[in-house]
Design a protein around this ligand. Structure first.
Ligand code: S3P
Length: 169
């Protein structure tokens, strides 16, 4: 296995990208990045603030910039925001610059995991299930398009999923 190829995790909110990504990076002795955290560090404000002040379009511009920069790196594990694959440029860069793993899960699991924290602006609604379903219809084909591998994250722990990914590499 080529340890120094980048590993990019894509998938919807609540798929476990950040938690699994941290485990992967630790086990492979690679550096871990999270595109949302990177946006927050560069902006000096949280994601909710960016959505409030700059709108989703402003957020997407920042996200594309972060994906552009991080995909220049080598030997990193990157957890991408769930909507980052809407950008064709980001999809192309992810495909070209590393191994892309699509973390797939059920809407039920997404709901359960995202309810634990209230940080996602797109889910600040009375109908989070409907939002997640509509995002899935729009985005799942895009995750599939960029993915080298698809891994389900429904019931296993993050550590077990990380080991499954390592076996695939
Ligand atoms: C979003 C997903 C979030 C974050 C933002 C928008 C989306 O990241 O980038 O709230 O459009 O799906 P996670 O996928 O890490 O929750």
């Amino acid at each position: 296995m080529a340890e120094k190829r980048n590993i990019f995790l894509v998938g919807p909110m609540g798929a476990g990208k950040s938690t699994i990504g941290r485990h992967l990076a630790q086990q492979l002795h690679m550096e871990f990045f999270d595109s949302d955290t990177e946006i927050e560090e560069r902006t000096g404000a949280d994601i909710a603030w960016v959505f409030d002040v700059e709108g989703e379009d402003g957020f997407r511009v920042r996200e594309e910039g972060v994906i552009n920069d991080l995909t220049e790196k080598h030997g990193i594990v990157l957890a991408t925001g769930g909507g980052s694959i809407k950008s064709r440029e980001s999809r192309n860069r992810l495909s070209a610059r590393g191994i892309v793993v699509y973390l797939e899960t059920t809407i039920e699991k997404q709901l359960a995991r995202t309810q634990r924290d209230k940080k996602r602006p797109l889910l600040q609604t009375d109908e989070p299930r409907e939002v997640l379903e509509s995002l899935a219809a729009e985005r799942n084909p895009l995750y599939e398009e960029v993915a080298d591998f698809v891994v389900r994250t429904d019931d296993q722990s993050a550590k077990v999923v990380a080991n499954q990914i390592i076996d695939l590499l």
